[in-house]
Every structure is written in structure tokens, then in C-alpha cells.
Design a protein around this ligand. Sequence first.
Ligand code: F6P
Length: 324
Amino acid sequence: MAKEIKTIGVLTSGGDAPGMNAAIRAVVRSAIAKGLNVKGIRRGFQGLIDEEIIDMDKRSVSETINRGGTVLYTARCMEFMTEEGQKKAADNCKKHGIDGIVVIGGDGSFRGARDLSKWGINTIGVPGTIDLDIACTDYTIGFDTAVNTAMEAIDKIRDTSTSHERCSIVEVMGRNAGYIALWCAIANGAENVLLPERYDGNEQAIIDDIINSRKKGKKHHIIINAEGIGHSTSMARRIEAATGIETRATIIGHIQRGGNPTCKDRVYASSMGVLAVNLLCEGKSNRIVAYKNAEFVDFDIDEALAMKKDIDEYKLNVSLLLSR
Ligand code: F6P
């Protein structure tokens, strides 16, 4: 028989993402509307181990839907990777009467949710990462805001790049994932995009592209470089030396992780938060909320973690075709 849920916890874990607050608010308010108690766990799984557990009511999440970051703070926790850490966290859940937890974060956070569920605590994951790199879902909280922040920054770089007839390398976030880079490549009309999933290190091909596009009369040349490729500044120096064209590198950085969430991030995060609570109330555990084929659905965490996501070939071709 499914365990009766009376009290739920909510935590954010891993890198923050704009819209996490909207998800927390949805969890808190929809749970209270169902007559549940809600506990906020500060600083992710570390906070669960350290008993940073607070009572939340409807007013705890007032004035948060429009704010970036996470009001519960976040952390990456090594201790939770050990059995001792997991046991301590599960014991603290029992001590505080927490029957189920909503974990908002990325892949690493879902591994944490899976581990916690093995200790008898029901868990539901909500995808929150600017990287859009979770295979089971077409949407992750924060991507829309982050990619719009990056796009606006690159528009500005393009203005000055054109005025000076320069080449510009713009580094966007994504250590292992090139989605922000690829979307910006299309949205900003970049001439080249370097993705961690694809880049073969062939800098000569980029240099040839720059020389050819200059011959065709292009005034600027934008290269979008995902963080995982790195070395943007030294790459700029090498490109300038090889082409004779002034080249500058800009690393946009953590500005992409903050800021007021877009409408899409607020609406989707709210919808996912409500679904997570519904799933807990149905007695479900070890599941991830996802947005797939225009519907909010859920997947088994182990199955979701085993899924592979590759770069969208069609979008990559669109980007290459339209920037030539
Ligand atoms: O949240 C994902 C992400 O922004 C990645 O794109 C990036 O590589 C990483 O987090 C950086 O995290 P931090 O600088 O906070 O350690």
C-alpha cells in the first residue's frame, strides 16, 4: 500500500537556475492547498545532513516568483555521496516527519534523489538547470532565461564587432552541454559554434571560415564557444595572428545563471512544481517530472538517467546554413 504523505520537504541542489523560486513556490502552495505540511531544506542535500530544515507556509514564498536564484540556497554535496551521509539525511527526514521530498536540480541532484529513495523517503525530481542537458525532458527550468541573457549579450557584442570589423569569440555556459551555445548560434546568427559534444579541435577550419567570410564581404565574425571548450582568450590570440583580423574574446559567465526568470520559466516551473506534489500524493517515488511532446509527464529516475541526449542535428544544420 502506498505510504500516506502528510509532510513534504523541498530542496534545490547543484547550480542554481532562474525559475527555481517559481518551482519552490508551486510546491509549497500546492502542498498546503492539499492540507500537507511543508518543510524547506536549505543548501540542498548538505542542509538535509546538517538539519537546516525550516517550516514553510504560503507567505514564505511571497514575492519570489519573479526572482532569480533560489531562496532555499543551493550546494553541491560530497558527503551525500557516502552511505553515512545518505543515512544521516534519511534519519533527519524521519526525525522531522518528512515523508517525501521534491528535489529541484540537474542530473547529480537526481542521483541524490534516487539514493535517498532507497532509504525509504519518497522523492520526486524537478529538472532545474540552465544547461538543458537532461535527456528525458525537452525543457529544464532556467534554460529560457539563461539563453535569452546570453542572446542579448551577444547582440551587444555583435554591434561593436561590426563597427570595428572584428572577429569576436563569445564564451557561453555549458561545461558538458552545448545547448545554450547552439540556440544562440541560431538566434544571434553566429558564423561558428563550438560544442563540447562535437568540437574536434580543428582551429584551422575556423580560421579558413573567417578568411572566406571576410572575402565575401562580412564585416564581423562571431564564434560562440561553449564553456566546455574553454581557452577563448588564447584562441582569440591565435586567430588574430593567423588571420590578421583583430579578434576579441568575451566570457559572459555567471550572469547567465541569474536574473528575473522569463515568463516561460515561471509558467513551466510552476506547472512542474504542482505536478511533483501531485505525484508525491499519489504515493509515487523515484520519479522525475518532465516536459515531453508538449505535455508535463513523469519518468522513473533510473530510466531517465540512463537516457542519452545528443545535440539536435537539425538545429545545428539550421545554424550552419543560415550563417553562411
Ligand atoms: O548549472 C550548470 C552550469 O552553469 C554549467 O553550465 C557550468 O559549467 C557550471 O554550472 C558552473 O558551475 P559553478 O561555476 O557554479 O561551479
